[in-house]
Write a protein that binds this ligand. Sequence first.
Ligand code: PLP
Ligand code: TYF
Length: 394
Amino acid sequence: MFEHLKEQPKDKILALMQAYKDDPRDDKIDLGVGVYKNPQGVTPIMRAVKEAERRWWDEETTKAYTGLAGDPAFSDAMIGLVLGDAVARDHVAAVATPGGTGAVRQAFDLIHMANPQARVFVSDPTWPNHLSILKHLGIETVSYRYFDSETGGVDFDGMMADLAGLRAGDVVLLHGCCHNPTGANLTGPEWQAVIALMNDIGALPMIDIAYQGFGDGLEADAAATRAVASGCPEVLIAASCSKNFGIYRERTGILMAVAQDKGMHAVTQGNLAYLNRQNYSFPPDHGARLVSVVLHSDDLRADWQAELEEVRNGMLALREQLSTELRKLTNSDRYGFIAQHRGMFSRLGLSPETVERLRKDHGIYMVGDSRINIAGLNKDTVPKLAQAIVEVGA
Ligand code: PLP
Ligand code: TYF
């Protein structure tokens, strides 16, 4: 049987991670995979998470199964964190999932189950795993214009023109904040225009929110998701705890299905639990439990928020520094967009050849589409990156 298997394309981001590890140069710089690193290059365990782990170690009395939907206290806490009071709790169906990826996968599965004709509209570009999971499930995808490489911002007119091609029942995948891989995001009024268009046509929004708290703050980063949840009849939301709690390998995420029609809630909840059962029965609990302990205790929550703010402000300062440095060296505002972008990433708009030269000649590793992870920099490496960009003639 195995002889029928074909070789699968490699995950380019993970391959880059390996290439970086294998590079013997001491002064190499890793701007690849989207993992937060502090100025010392370490991905720390957040203080509140460590303390939650201690507390939970004392409290935990069993490792018996949770429910198919995971621990309800986790869902309640996450619904509160993402949606605030934008929708009533009994309008939200939710299941814990293995990471945000698990939530994305379950959401696509649900879409396909509910409406096999549904096409999913994705931004050009989007997170590559969106495309590979959609392809794996045999779901038709349509890409909509998103990034304007001239300005480094969103090509909003192009986006709206492409979304006008939606049909009733199609799905629009949107990044709730901190767009991956570009760093360019919609403004509030632009979100309102997208909501109105989707409602006019009868398309369903799906939001992937993997970086809440990394952009403009926990509340500001959730504003678009909340506007969609309260402004559209139905919405699917895939949220990840990997980045904002720093618990990547614990595999912690949640899928929410919000419906203005409360009558649908029980059936939707049943379908989400059904999907968990088909794929892996029970979702992992440990990471979800840590999130729940942090969010349900005042002291840990306050400390987590404070540390997340330090992380966020650190990345913003690096954006400012890089943008300023490049302004000095190029004598132009060409890279001003880096300071406007939000989240971990910025797409610099360099050619694949330039990206390759930066890696070969300077030991600077960024994804082939010229996406950089801002958190891979520190005060001392920012000038080196800026200098290298100018040297390779970008
Ligand atoms: N969605 C986007 C846009 C991402 O960048 C990521 C990656 O980190 C995820 C979802 C899922 O992350 P995870 O499965 O590690 O929680
Ligand atoms: O885009 C990134 O770098 C993150 C981390 O298969 C990631 O989202 C990268 C590749 C992958 C899963 C997660």
